[in-house]
Write a protein that binds this ligand. Structure first.
Ligand SMILES: [Fe+2]
Length: 310
């Protein structure tokens, strides 16, 4: 990093402004007019579109995306897709600007954004197109997703499913008594040792990925760590679910994870309640910093991940 990136998408639209993100010259932050958000939420209510309606009637998800564009700007989807596809960036944050604290309205707003970006995949963990999950002081889950006091190492999503997972949306729903726990992010082109791991013969090796029981995914898939899209390396990796078959392979994976974790370009994103981040899942890695111990810790995120639509 250090070199200021060319920012192609800076723009003032009908009721939004695309800015450079204060924490990263890769990311954009989009500020939406409060009045436009309020009008969007009122229009959704007027049409009686609840979270349950969105869950049961898939086309209503695109209807809310369309409503958001009506009030914020017809070119919003084009801008968001442009950013997520752009190798130089591939990520943005935006939020509800404090207009509401109703988490159902967070889900509706997040759904409008995700459907402007692409099409969410079915989330087998919840049986819906989205998942809300809580991190608390105690946990008995079978992965590090909900374990508050452990660093959740850098990874990509969708490693153990065979459908494309092109992008990822994470929205902060609730945060109480939380210190730490920031999303840690790394753009592949900022990773100092990228070439070393891409060029290792094991970079093309197809490792087996197996999900733990809580994910409700029984298939196993074999996936190469590195693959090219538009002639640029992309990555598929998560340390918890990959099954190497030799000491050499295990050492490659351990070295790769350690190199990512110690890279100086990792950012710890501040995300206020009601804000969301969308990232290209092919060349951004994400993880989570550990929280400071607090018996009253309560944090909830919503996630959606999906594919691009032509
Ligand atoms: Fe993840």
């Amino acid at each position: 990093m250090g070199v200021t990136k060319e920012k192609k998408f800076l723009k003032t639209g009908k009721a939004y402004e695309v800015k450079s993100h204060p924490q990263s010259d890769r990311l954009y932050h989009i500020e939406i007019d409060k009045e436009a958000i309020a009008k969007f939420l009122a229009a959704v209510e007027e049409k009686n579109i609840s979270v349950q309606v969105l869950e049961y009637t898939p086309y209503q998800r695109q209807i809310v995306a369309s409503l958001l564009q009506d009030f914020v700007g017809e070119d919003l989807g084009e801008i968001l897709r442009g950013i997520i596809h752009d190798r130089e960036s591939g990520g943005f944050t935006l939020g509800l600007e404090g207009v509401t604290e109703d988490t159902d309205e967070f889900v509706i707003f997040g759904t409008a954004i995700s459907h402007l970006v692409g099409m969410p995949n079915f989330d087998a963990m919840t049986g819906k197109y989205y998942a809300r999950f809580t991190v608390k002081h105690t946990d008995n889950s079978d992965s590090f997703l909900r374990q508050a006091y452990r660093l959740f190492t850098l990874h990509t999503d969708g490693t153990f499913v065979d459908e494309p997972t092109d992008w990822l949306l994470m929205m902060k729903m609730v945060e109480e008594n939380a210190v730490g726990g920031e999303s840690r992010l790394l753009h592949l082109d900022d990773w100092k040792e990228l070439d070393k791991f891409v060029n290792n013969p094991l970079g093309k090796h197809k490792f087996t990925y197996i999900a733990p029981p809580s994910k409700n995914v029984t298939q196993t898939v074999d996936r190469a760590t590195f693959f090219n899209v538009n002639d640029k390396p992309c990555i598929c990796f998560i340390d918890q679910f990959v099954y190497p078959e030799s000491i050499e392979q295990a050492k490659y994976l351990e070295d790769l994870s350690a190199s990512l974790e110690s890279d100086e370009s990792v950012i710890e994103l501040e995300l206020p309640v009601g804000d969301l981040v969308v990232l290209n899942n092919l060349f951004w890695m994400h993880g989570r910093a550990a929280f400071e111990v607090n018996p009253d810790l309560n944090r909830e995120l919503m996630r959606q991940r999906g594919r691009f639509v032509e």
